[in-house]
Design a binder for this molecule. Sequence first.
Ligand SMILES: [Zn+2]
Length: 281
Amino acid sequence: MALSDPTFERRVASTPASDPQTRAEALTIAARALRAAEYVCVLTGAGTSAESGIPTFRDALTGHWAQFSPQELATPEAFAAEPDRVWSWYAARRAAIVAAQPNAAHTALTLLASRVSHFSLVTQNVDDLHHRAGSRDVIALHGSLMRGRCSAGCAGTVELTEVAARRVPTCATCGARLRPDVVWFGEPLPAAEFEQARNAAVACDVFVSVGTSNVVEPAASLPWLAASHGATVIVVNATMQGQRKGPSILPIEGPAAVMLPRLVEEAFAGRRARQRGPAAE
Ligand SMILES: [Zn+2]
């Protein structure tokens, strides 16, 4: 679905996304696109959980942890060298997630899912707030902080409920260390999940990017993959700095927990939930 409002396209190209009239028009056009859509794919990033008080990866490097760089904590090499230190950092982040609650952005996505025929939710977040808000079948590109898996490659994962663990637990099967079930620097995204995300981006007619700067590849390619296959792309983010512009891109600048509920409200207020079909794979 291409946008069909040349006047708006010209304004978006020439005015900042923070301009109130531009944003109001973008919301109106985005709401119309969502209402007409058969298949909506949403990609979420750290900005989606920000209003829940979950710090972004780099913001989490505060206090005692500020003396470390991401490469000293989030790489296979760091874990091999100092497993207890790496594990305890992840345990601290896990404790922050357990203490947090889903926010209005997470809730708006469960509402959106109930209003469209086909819906896919792809996330770069490693918290479980989408799940706790009620979203199901979330495609998690970066794994989950709430799970561990065997560092020696045993099949299966372990749900982590022991948030305060200071020492690395061991695999019940082989005795090797458990590692956080997240994607570290230098590691590829899980192939099956990324393939699902790509397929959703290609198949959807509206793609919504929420709370992500869209600069970290390969996930950053998903909105533009969707656009190149004819989808309208709605970008909801605190800042549009660094985001691509284009005729099929609708910038909605502002916090996800404010803008996403406003968008879903504008699209579906007073309308009844539709019968959902199976999500395309
Ligand atoms: Zn094992």
